[in-house]
Design a protein around this ligand. Structure first.
Ligand code: ZN
Length: 242
């Protein structure tokens, strides 16, 4: 079984459409979405509909959690607050029902999926530093855990009793003795200095992990965000990919 994993779309319709077109050429059995479909961008409704139509697993991200009113706004930066208020105004009953159905995590075979961290998924911990990765490794038993959230393609390899190495995300074949945390990067707001959309294809039979980078019409997305009067910082960062 081979599946595509997408995350952190952030209401960027052009990016999502480009990624779905690329996935259509990759002969996958299913597409799974690890959350943050909405927030920041100008097309939350079409993105929710496309994800609902194409994805088997759809997980909750912190931006969906916030849209449902479950996240304490004190933890949001000013730009995120503006974007959240704008997004909530756009959402209709249908959108809220799609969001409400999202799970917090999922397991297929020996793989786990979660938006932020397998450690207390609804607390939205970032896995960037060694200590965070160690806690995350102690919080799941599967061979490999796929995450999003930081928008940074990254791989943590558990070598021996809790110790691990961190690497920038790249194609690899996991070995059966080690365990892995794989950050699949972001479709709609990449932050690794590469503005192209990022997603992952995982082949469960060969255990091959492949990162895909896809170009999309960034200027069109930016124009729509300007028309929606979304914060300039959110618009500018798309071209820089950070
Ligand atoms: Zn995100």
């Amino acid at each position: 079984m081979k599946f595509a994993l997408i995350s952190d779309i952030h209401a960027n319709l052009e990016a999502l459409e480009a990624v779905l077109r690329d996935i259509a050429t990759q002969h996958v059995d299913s597409i799974n979405c690890l959350g943050d479909i909405i927030g920041y961008g100008s097309d939350p409704l079409p993105c929710l509909e496309l994800v609902k139509e194409h994805c088997d697993v759809i997980l909750m991200g912190n931006h969906e959690h916030a849209a449902l009113g479950h996240l304490d706004q004190e933890h949001l930066n000013p730009v995120a607050k503006v974007s959240l208020a704008w997004t909530q105004e756009q959402l209709n009953d249908r959108a809220f029902s799609i969001i409400a159905e999202c799970g917090m995590d999922a397991v297929i075979g020996n793989s786990r999926f979660v938006h932020a961290s397998p450690y207390k998924p609804s607390e939205w911990h970032y896995i960037l530093a060694a200590a965070e990765a160690d806690i995350a490794f102690r919080s799941f038993t599967e061979h490999i855990c796929f995450v999003g959230h930081t928008h940074l393609p990254m791989i943590f390899v558990e070598v021996e009793n809790g110790t691990h190495r961190r690497k920038v995300g790249h194609d690899f074949e996991p070995d059966e003795e080690s365990r892995y945390i794989v950050n699949i990067g972001s479709v709609g707001q990449p932050r690794d200095n590469d503005p192209r959309s990022c997603y992952v294809i995982y082949d469960m039979d060969t255990m091959e992990v492949r990162y895909r980078r896809v170009e999309y019409d960034i200027q069109r997305t930016q124009k729509k965000m300007q028309q929606a009067q979304l914060p300039t910082m959110l618009i500018d960062r798309l071209m820089a990919g950070r």
